[in-house]
Design a protein around this ligand. Structure first.
Ligand SMILES: *Cc1c(COP(=O)(O)O)cnc(C)c1O
Length: 465
């Protein structure tokens, strides 16, 4: 499609009527309903192609967030649409309960076993990252029960982690605002995050990484290793503000988990499928012996909802050897159309070498482009791995001091981005980027140029420039 015909599609919709219906009837996720009503509603995104989105007014946006960290192969992939359509004609749905499977579910489970390290050979399917983490929480506790250690129930996580929005997943997460609305389930505890820029003070980053890892050990010693089932972490905390741990962190976490016999859960919902320049974030950070891998988002590039809990041999073998039913599952676990799309999505990532391109070309290019922003008076630090990055806006660069009212400046900057045609999200005052892996180096330059303009305009608004 040409760009002008793309711009026309949006105009086929009556934006005002849609926004009115939406405002009257749609309760959005993670939204302040009163604020939305006062603004008279939001944007209507009507269509997309490659790394660009269009709204109902025909405005184009460069999608610096790949939807919500998920559209890794970019928009407009007819192959994914065909894979879903063909599967839906052949078999639109059948369940995978009660000893039954379907061709796409069987094939995808083997494919994911092949894609992951040799010690991972079993997959449990669900429909969202949250559900996959719920599954892992239940499976980890069930495992220890089968091992004759039912008191090993506690899961250790980190402050400011994001593991999803179901009750179990938000409890695993470390978002206090979420905990505050209804509380969390028992036997989940949170320790420090490896956020050097915000919390490292005068410590050298690598030393700080070790200190952050040892917070896990302290918690284990406090509660007793015989009570701890597992530790869960994102290789890079995405929704928490693209917190990239110092290189010393993960190897030390792994050592601690091994020492005290605690299962290690890698939540790869964002980092998986090429985002950090390897197929999985655990490869980027030297994690060799995880017990569970959570996958979602990039697994299907968001074209259909699907997630997977990939289970290491130690746990899987116990489940299989000891027997007894695992009373868990979702109607749409292993949904055939979603599995067919995931299979095709992985084929595209492989065929187009998107992981290698992120590692060797686009990732390094993004890092360099981000660095050019560090001369800006508002930019305290830029950081990235592969195609996930952040621009940390601060009140005082030398002192690494944040703004007094967190989120205000970030929101101003985000709004400037949107008005100029860039989707860049604000986490507090950290501007985060996670573009589709198909982005070109030229489009990265376009993205960073728009980001700079937005940061300039933000600086003017708050009287810094
Ligand atoms: C998005 C996300 C989840 C939750 O996935 P949903 O599909 O929204 O339930 C879990 N973990 C991480 C790291 C995520 O980024």
């Amino acid at each position: 499609m040409t760009e002008s015909s793309q711009a026309e599609i949006g105009r086929n919709y009556d934006a005002e009527a849609l926004i009115a219906d939406d405002l009257a009837h749609h309760l959005h996720p993670f939204t302040d309903y009163k604020a939305l009503a006062e603004e008279g509603g939001g944007r209507v995104i009507t269509h997309a192609d490659g790394v660009y989105l269009w709204d109902a007014n025909g405005q184009r946006y460069l999608d610096g967030m790949a939807g919500l960290w998920c559209v890794n192969v970019g928009y407009g992939r007819r192959e994914l649409v065909s894979a879903a359509a063909e599967q839906m004609l052949e078999l639109p749905f059948y369940n995978t309960f009660f000893k039954t499977t379907t061709p796409p579910a069987a094939e995808l489970s083997a494919l994911l076993s092949d894609l992951t390290p040799a010690s991972f050979n079993h997959v449990f399917f669900a429909n969202s990252g949250s559900e996959a983490n719920d599954t892992i929480l239940r499976m980890a506790r069930h495992f220890w029960h089968l091992e004759g250690k039912p008191e090993k129930r506690v899961i250790i996580s980190r402050h400011n982690a994001y593991h999803g929005s179901t009750t179990a997943a938000l409890s695993l997460g470390g978002m206090e605002a979420m905990h505050g609305q209804g509380g969390i389930i028992p036997d989940i505890v949170h320790v420090a995050q490896p956020y050097w820029y915000g919390e490292g003070g005068d410590t050298d980053p690598e030393a700080f990484g070790l200190t952050a890892a040892r917070a896990i050990e302290e918690k284990i010693l406090e509660l007793g290793a015989d009570r701890i089932a597992a530790f869960i972490g994102e290789p890079i905390q995405g929704a928490g503000g693209v917190i990239i741990p110092p290189d010393s962190y993960w190897p030390e976490v792994q050592r601690i988990c091994r020492k005290y016999d605690i299962l290690l859960i890698c939540d790869e919902v964002i980092c998986g499928f090429g985002r950090t320049g390897n197929w999985f974030g655990f490869e980027t950070f030297g994690i060799e012996s995880a017990d569970f891998i959570t996958m979602a988002k990039g697994l299907s590039s968001g074209y259909l909802p699907i997630s997977a809990a990939v289970v290491g041999d130690r746990v899987a073998n116990t489940l299989i050897d000891k027997g007894g039913e695992f009373f868990h599952g979702f109607t749409y676990s292993g949904h055939p159309a979603a599995c067919a799309v995931a299979i095709k999505n992985i084929e595209i990532i492989r065929r187009e070498g998107l992981v290698e391109r992120c590692r060797d070309e686009t990732g390094p290019h993004l890092a360099k482009a981000l660095k050019t922003l560090e001369d800006h008076p508002l930019v305290g630090e830029t950081r990235s791995r592969g195609l996930i990055g952040a621009i940390e806006l601060v009140a005082d660069k030398a002192a690494r001091k944040h703004f007094d009212a967190p989120g205000k400046v970030g929101t101003i900057c985000r709004d400037h981005c949107i008005n100029s045609g860039l989707i860049m999200r604000a986490v507090r005052d950290i501007m985060v980027l996670s573009p589709p892996l198909v982005i070109t180096t030229q489009q990265i330059d376009e993205m960073i140029a728009m980001a700079r303009k937005a940061i300039d305009a933000t600086a003017k608004d708050i009287g810094v420039m």
